[in-house]
Ligand binder design. Structure first.
Ligand SMILES: [Zn+2]
Length: 154
């Protein structure tokens, strides 16, 4: 299994290529910026390895690391959390639930209003940016595992 730093190097190292690909496909600057922001956050803070109590990703949450304890307790390492499409969805939904709880608390305590609509024009590139490095993480895990199996058979 590649270590957390190898994953991060692979994910962040391929980011310029993804942005260049998006630009070549005609994407505007703003969605590319939203994608890049989501991608960096996804690489650093939403790794599939949040299913471990101690991982590079959980350490990056610093004092808020405890927020991912229930996630690590809920998901077995390399189970659903490491599946290609459901894995990132579990973390995005988990994060959305945390955000919703936090916002709800601010609403009740401080009267902070709820947003009236989701700005999909920026939300979709951000979601794409959050998803892609997580897909790369799982793809790299599977490629290395497959390669080791081939080498062992010799
Ligand atoms: Zn992993």
């Amino acid at each position: 299994m590649p270590r957390g730093k190898a994953h991060l190097a692979f994910e962040l190292g391929t980011l310029p290529g993804w942005v260049a690909l998006g630009a070549a496909a005609g994407a505007d600057r703003a969605p590319l910026l939203f994608f890049t922001g989501g991608y960096i956050v996804g690489s650093l803070f939403l790794s599939p390895d949040l299913d471990l109590v101690r991982s590079d990703a959980s350490r990056r949450w610093r004092g808020a690391r405890f927020l991912w304890r229930p996630y690590a307790a809920l998901f077995r390492h390399r189970g659903i959390s490491h599946s290609l499409f459901l894995g990132p969805l579990t973390r995005v939904l988990y994060l959305a639930a945390l955000g919703g709880l936090g916002w709800g608390l601010l609403h009740v305590v401080g009267g902070v209003p709820f947003p009236r609509a989701i700005p999909w024009g920026s939300a979709l590139p951000v979601l794409g940016g959050l998803y892609l490095p997580q897909l790369l993480h799982v793809a790299l895990d599977r490629t290395v595992t497959f390669g080791k199996r081939i080498l062992r058979r010799g």
